[in-house]
Ligand binder design. Sequence first.
Ligand code: DOR
Length: 465
Amino acid sequence: MTHDIVIRGAKAVLEEGIRIVDIATDGERIAAITDAGAAPSGHREIKADGLVALPGLIDMHSHHREPGFSHKEDLGAIGRQCAAGGVTTSVAMPNVSPPPTTAKNLDDMLELYRERSMVDYNVNASGVELDEIPKLAERGILAFKIFMVVDTGRSYPHMPGIGLHKHGELYERMKAVKATGLPLMIHPHDQALMDAIEREYWDRGERDFRAYARAYAHDDGVIWDTAVAVLLRLQEATGVRLHLLHTQTRRVVEMLRAAKAAGRAVSAEVNPWCFWLGNDWANIERLGSYALSYYVAPHHSEAVYAGFRDGTVDIMATDHAPHLREEKEPGWKDGWKAHTGTPSEQFYLSLLLTDVAAGKLSYERVAEATATTPAKLFGLYPRKGAIRVGADADVVLVDPAKRRTITDADVLSKCGWTPYAGRDVRGLPVYTLLRGEVILDDGALAVREGYGRQAVRADARVLTT
Ligand code: DOR
C-alpha cells in the first residue's frame, strides 16, 4: 500500500503528547500516525527529521477586507500569508462592505470566498440585525460577532451599522444568538465612558497617537473592564455562549477566571499585539499608529500572558488588521484619524515559537491555543484542530532552529509593512498542508485560488455553498 504523502520522522504535537512519528495522508485526511520509520511508502515523502509538526492553525479572527476594502487586503494576499504562516483555516470578520448583517450579504460573501479563497474559511456574521440572526445561523457559520465600538474620528474600521453597545440591544441580540446555539463574539468597549474620556483628551488639545493610545488604556483599562463586566452579567442572564475578543487587562483575566469557575459558557482570545507589540511604550513612540491596535501596559500584558498559559484565556487569534501606510500616517498628529489595527497573520506562529524557544510556552499549549481549542469552541473538532487519524490533513511543519529577522520586504500582505519588522524570531514554518495539499512546500508558496472550503461545524445545517 502506498499513501499519498508520508511525513517522515516529525516531532509531532499530538493530543496525547509529543512523539516522533510518521504521518501518512490519503486524499484530504490523515490516514495513519505510526512510529517513525514504520509507515508504508508515500507517493510523496517529506523528510521531517528536526521539524516539529503542529496542527494547522485556525485563526478565528482575521480582517480579510473583502468585499469592499480590497485596497488594504484581498483573498489572494491573505491566502499566501496563511500558507507562509502555517494557517490552514482563517475566519473573516464582518467589518466589510456590504457587511454580512443579512442573509443576502452573507450568501454573497460566502460565494466570493468559495470562488477565491485559497485556504479554508468561514465568516463571523454580524449579529446586529435581530431578524436576520436565525437566517444567518443557517449558512454554516461558526459564530456571530458584535462590535461595541463605533468610531468617532474616522469611517473605518468600526463603521456605523455593525456596532451597538446599548445594554438592552445587546441583551436582545444575546437572546437571539442563544436560540441559534452558536457562540457570540464581542469586541468589548464602553462607548459611553469612552465618549467622556476622549472629550477630556480633546479638550486639552491632545489628539496625537500618544493621546489615542492613552485614552484607550485610560484609568488602567477601564473601558475594557466595565464593558466585560456588563457582558459577563448579560451572559449569565441570557445563557449565550460568549467569546470575548481582545483580552488585554488584568481585571478581565480575573473576571474570566471567576466566570469559568462558576461554570459559565465563556471563552476568550488574546491577540499577538498584546504580548509582542502594544505592551512596550517604546514601540508606540517608534511606530506611532503603526503599533496600534492598542497600548497594553506591561502589568496587563503579563497578567494576560499568565492567563494564556494556564488556559483562562483560551485561544490566540490574530486580529490581523492590515491598513495602508497612508491610512496610518495621519496618526502621528491625530490618532483618531488613523485606521486602528495591525497585521499579523503571516508571523504570529513564529512569534509564538520564539517564546517556545525561550522556554516561556510549551508546544502543547501553542497547538491547543491556535488549533485544538478553537476547533472545539467553534465546532470544527474532531474534523479539524488536531493531528489525529481521520481528521483533515491540516499540518504545519516548522523548523524550530531557523532564525530570521522579520523585514517589511518579507510581507505578503497588501499593506506592505509589518510592525514586527526588525524582530528576531526563532522557529519558521517550512511546510503547510491543507486537506492533504501542500500549500507551503519547503518554504515556497504553493497555494491556489479556489482551493479553500467553508469550514463548517460538524453538526451544521448548511443551506448554501
Ligand atoms: O484595531 C482594530 N482593528 N480593532 C478592530 O476591532 C478592528 C480592526 C480592523 O478591522 O482594522
